[in-house]
Ligand binder design. Structure first.
Ligand code: SAM
Length: 211
């Protein structure tokens, strides 16, 4: 089974432990370091049905999401209490309402024309959801899609030899390899996760600002 089918199965089987009940506290704390004006547009790649989107909309941003699972997107709009207009754009389906647009499909099928102007990217559990080779293609695609828009990037770091599944560990060296040539990178915080991942595996939350 390829990676995309695995994600769709995960949604079908409700294996969605990554979905947070509360707005992400690192986003709340650090989002303003992107220095965006209210109406700026924010791309949320691999967005699932994250509640972070509600927070971004409340702040006045236009939000563009991309998500493989249509089920996730239906639930997202349901939970926002908004009825979407649904249309077909290229190989993707677009769910939209007011300042929210979510493309359903593979991010690699999304083009910069579809997205229009993107002022910033919020990457939470997106880069770390992908396997090593796909991460190289994803970071390049993301840069090309957005003309190197600024990013708030949330990663995890842990000993990858002790757990080989999502979320993957994406360490500083790798973040620099993907992005250093194109952005100024600032490490905003690195914080040990109390109790680590399931089973007590030591892990840290790491937040990057890419400008
Ligand atoms: C770990 S989840 C994170 C979701 C969201 N960012 C959050 O914080 O809750 C990764 C999401 O990426 C989606 N996904 C994986 N590969 C994708 C791809 N190639 N294109 C679009 N979405 C993808 C999955 O369906 C899943 O919902």
């Amino acid at each position: 089974m390829n990676e995309n089918s695995l994600w769709l199965k995960r949604w079908e089987n409700r294996e969605i432990g990554f979905n947070q009940a509360m707005v992400n506290s690192f986003m709340v704390k650090y989002f303003d370091s992107l220095n965006l004006s209210e109406e700026s547009s924010v791309l949320v790649p691999l967005c699932g049905k994250t509640i972070d989107i509600a927070w971004l909309l409340e702040k006045g941003h236009a939000v563009i999401g991309v998500e493989l699972s249509e089920q996730a997107v239906i639930e997202l709009f349901d939970e926002l209490g908004v009825v979407p207009a649904i249309s077909i754009v290229g190989e993707l389906t677009l769910y939209s309402a007011d300042s929210l647009q979510i493309y359903v499909g593979d991010i690699f099928k999304v083009t910069s024309e579809m997205l229009g102007k993107v002022d910033a990217i919020y990457d939470r559990a997106a880069l770390v959801a992908l396997t090593t080779g796909v991460r190289v293609a994803y970071t390049k695609h993301l840069r090309e899609l957005t003309d190197n828009a600024s990013q708030l990037l949330l990663c995890f770091e842990y000993d990858q030899s002790l757990m080989n599944r999502t979320p993957y560990s994406v360490e500083e060296r790798e973040v620099r390899k993907h992005y250093e040539e194109h952005y100024d990178l600032e490490l905003l915080t690195r914080e040990e996760i109390a109790g680590g991942f399931k089973g007590g595996l030591a892990a840290a939350d790491v937040v990057w600002l890419l400008k």
